[in-house]
Design a protein around this ligand. Sequence first.
Ligand code: BGC
Length: 353
Amino acid sequence: MRYILLEREVLATTQKGDEIVRYTLRNDNGIEAAVLNYGGILQSLRVPDRDGKAADIVLGFDELEPYLGEHPYFGAIIGRVGNRIAHGKLTLNGRPVQLTVNSKTCHLHGGKRGFDKVLWKAAAKLTNDGQSVELHYVSPAGSDGYPGRLSVTVNYVLTPANELRIQYAAQSDADTIVNLTNHSYFNLAGAGTGDVLKHEMQIFADQYTPVDGTLIPTGELRDVAGTPFDFREPTSIGAWIDAEDEQIRFGSGYDHNYVLRPQTGEPRPAARVRELRYGVVMEVLTTEPGLQFYSGNFLDVEGKGGRRYGKHAGFCLETQHFPDAPNHPHFPSIVLKARDWYRSTTIYRFPPL
Ligand code: BGC
């Protein structure tokens, strides 16, 4: 392997004197991933197409500034609990817990001071698996209503096998709940080149969790067979996105959790996406039981290079435990017992077409 220096750029310094830094990971095959210690944000991901020409395939901003304000969670690490909890309410060890309500009637993506909005401590490392950046954050007890002081480590690694691997670990000093993910929006033809409706999507799931009008799961696990949610075979994202279907209407498109096939503990395939014009393939592998497929239904923002990102300009595949898990005892639990380890791995892999 050629020795390539891991790039570290200081973008700003906070009033407290902390540096906001961008780390750029590279491998020998021309893949390049830029990660910010602010929000743990994957700011850009350059992947070569079938002709070897690299395009940035994640939505986001060129500058730091727009990341500091409200934005659609572009590329960010999401926590403590990703996705929605109805009314921010749950019961833990028989006691009521009230989390911040920050999205209509729900707690969404960790609340007001989610992991997308905090400054992480970061260390760049050259490992046997490739260049990596390790992020660390301690969330104080009571933050956004969450019990326990939670210590979190997220590791981004770019491997020679064209994998961007995200490893999560967390530990709390009191019983709590955790469900971490990454909120990247992908467009495999390049961010800002139009919508993703022609991308071919395959999701390795036989069921999904239907929602009510507030996007909270009803508790049902519904077969995808015979519905617009059937992506067991490669199907274009746009094929059924406007179907007359109550679930599609509730989500204004796809905004639903898929029930992945059982895992062995090792990351297993969750989804495979193909963009045929330029020839870019992305596989998602994970140890998680669920996958949120969000088809960028509410996008309307100016992004990198001054390009407008409109409806369906990108899609998210958020690996996770199911939304509102604490209020559905038959969903896999997101409870983390005091001093136990939470661990989760998700891989975005870019094989040849
Ligand atoms: C959710 C959407 C939400 C979006 C916010 C997604 O993970 O599933 O409902 O609108 O995040 O940008």
